[in-house]
Design a protein around this ligand. Structure first.
Ligand code: NAD
Length: 466
């Protein structure tokens, strides 16, 4: 479905697809442990047998370095599927809970059940991970699913459609390729959950469409992720980790990339020098030619980033980089110092290789700067000061926090991954993915003994005194 490039995906096609999926889902086919295991195993094969094809698609769409593809997409996906296969029985098991006096005698449990048919709309920057990782949770929880990969990474989208058709149960798992028109048609249908990854403007469109059917949503959005850098740290290690989260992750086109840094005025020159040194060790002097840096995904995003960089307010603030080559859609890792807070670059999520550094007199002031904006998807702190670290954990609201590193919390499958406020709602990864696509059904069991008269009319004064 949708993978045939000539087929038109219109309202009629969508309704037919939904009817087919509802019929199969209604038969209970996806509920069994065996179906879930078989589909998770097929998904693992889909990835393991096609690692090179996946890396090639990512090279074509984003010039993503192969190692990045293996580590951040293929590797994370394989771990996620293996974990689901290992833990599935446990996740599916009802959880016994205590009951209260009001129902005595009784027993109770919480029974996870699938939600139904789920729609997974994903973004272009990690096209395989963002489509297939939510699918792991959807399958583990026993749902039928439709994937809508991003048209902005077309080679990856086509490969996802082809491989899903070849490896997965087509009566319950489909891919619809396309852009706004196709997604809009999908959003008109009644889903049992929508998982959307992308920007908050479209997030609002998705949520409004879902509201018409009272469909719950998992919104994985973005925002401006800050990194606060303290003094007296191992600056070299900190810079290597900042660089990997910023330029080493899709050249900054990552939802959890550090968007800007806050440090003290006194620390900024040392930090900038250390960043330059480590950047040049990683990518050489001519970074526009480095094969270890992804390009900007397309000319629209290139123009968007150049507009942020060339705005009058910030053009004099570049302290490193700034070079660009539109013919290969590359922008050099670029550091800016003390850009005005009302500049575009500080108002919008950057989502690219530009890194502003803001300076403050006291590092404690950074919390106010962070908390005065919308809540970020991630926030980072580099420090050796335990008291400051705990202050950061208590004071800063974000989807997730990492102390002394960037972005790697994504790979820790025991942690929920998701935003808060404008950076999203709901979370997934590991068991949280299973929970995201399950309903926790409350079940209370009673027998026929000890049927106390007190709860039944007539409500006499004597009963009231008991
Ligand atoms: P995108 O352009 O690929 O859009 C995402 C999806 O929305 C696509 O499938 C697209 O077809 C669909 N879409 C676009 N416009 C639409 C419309 N008008 N109506 C219906 N559907 C529409 O991706 P993007 O939005 O550029 O992605 C970047 C954003 O996503 C950033 O803000 C980033 O931080 C965020 N992001 C978040 C995560 C996360 O896990 N939280 C991961 C990746 C990206």
């Amino acid at each position: 479905m949708g993978s045939d490039a000539t087929a038109i995906f219109d309202a009629e096609a969508a309704q037919t697809m939904m009817k087919e999926l509802r019929a199969v889902y209604g038969s209970g086919a996806t509920k069994s442990y065996d179906w879930r295991v078989s589909q998770l195993s097929q998904l693992l094969k889909l990835i393991e047998y096609h690692e090179d094809d996946i890396a090639a698609a990512l090279r074509s769409d984003l010039s993503k370095p192969d190692i990045e593809s293996y580590v951040y997409e293929i590797g994370v996906l394989k771990s996620s599927i293996k974990l689901a296969l290992k833990e599935l029985r446990k996740w599916m098991s009802p959880e016994k809970v205590k009951t209260s006096l009001i129902s005595f005698p009784s027993s109770a449990k919480i029974v996870p059940e699938p939600l139904g048919i789920v729609l997974i709309i994903s973004a272009w920057n990690y096209p395989f991970l963002l489509s297939l990782d939510p699918l792991v949770g959807a399958i583990a929880a026993g749902n039928a699913a439709v994937l809508k990969p991003s048209e902005i990474s077309p080679v990856s989208s086509a490969l996802i459609a082809k491989l899903v058709r070849e490896y997965m149960d087509s009566s319950t798992i489909r891919v619809v390729e396309g852009a706004v028109a196709e997604t809009s048609v999908l959003l008109e249908q009644k889903w049992d959950k929508i998982c959307y990854t992308g920007n908050a403007v479209v997030g609002r469109i998705v949520m409004a469409a879902a509201a018409k059917h009272l469909t719950p949503v998992l919104l994985e959005l973005g925002g401006k992720c800050p990194a606060v850098v303290d003094l007296n740290i191992n600056l070299q290690v900190a810079c290597r980790r900042i660089i990997m989260g910023k330029w080493g992750s899709n050249n900054g086109q990552t939802c959890v990339s550090p968007d800007y840094i806050i440090t003290t005025k006194a620390n900024a020159p040392k930090l900038i020098d250390a960043l330059k040194t480590e950047l040049e060790k990683f990518y050489g002097k001519n970074m526009l030619e480095s094969n270890d840096l992804s390009r900007i995904v397309n000319s629209n995003h290139f123009a968007r980033l150049i507009k942020l960089l060339d705005e009058d307010k910030v053009s004099g603030k570049v302290v490193y980089g700034g070079k660009r080559d539109e013919s290969i859609l590359k922008i050099m890792p670029t550091i800016l110092l003390d850009v005005p807070r009302n500049s575009l670059i500080m108002k919008e999520e950057i989502f690219g290789p530009l890194l502003p550094i803001l300076t403050v007199d006291r590092l404690e002031d950074s919390f106010n700067i962070i908390n005065s904006g919308t809540k970020p998807l991630a926030a980072y702190l580099f420090t050796n000061d335990k008291r400051f670290r705990e202050h950061f954990v208590t004071e800063v609201s974000a989807g997730g926090l990492v102390v002394n590193d960037t972005t790697i919390h994504l790979g820790v499958l025991t942690l929920p991954f998701g935003g808060v406020g404008d950076s999203g709602m709901g979370s997934y990864h590991g068991k949280f993915s299973f929970d995201a696509f399950s309903h926790k059904k409350a079940v209370l069991y009673r027998g026929f003994v000890a049927d106390a008269d007190i709860r039944y009319p007539p409500y006499t004064r004597k009963k009231l005194r008991l």
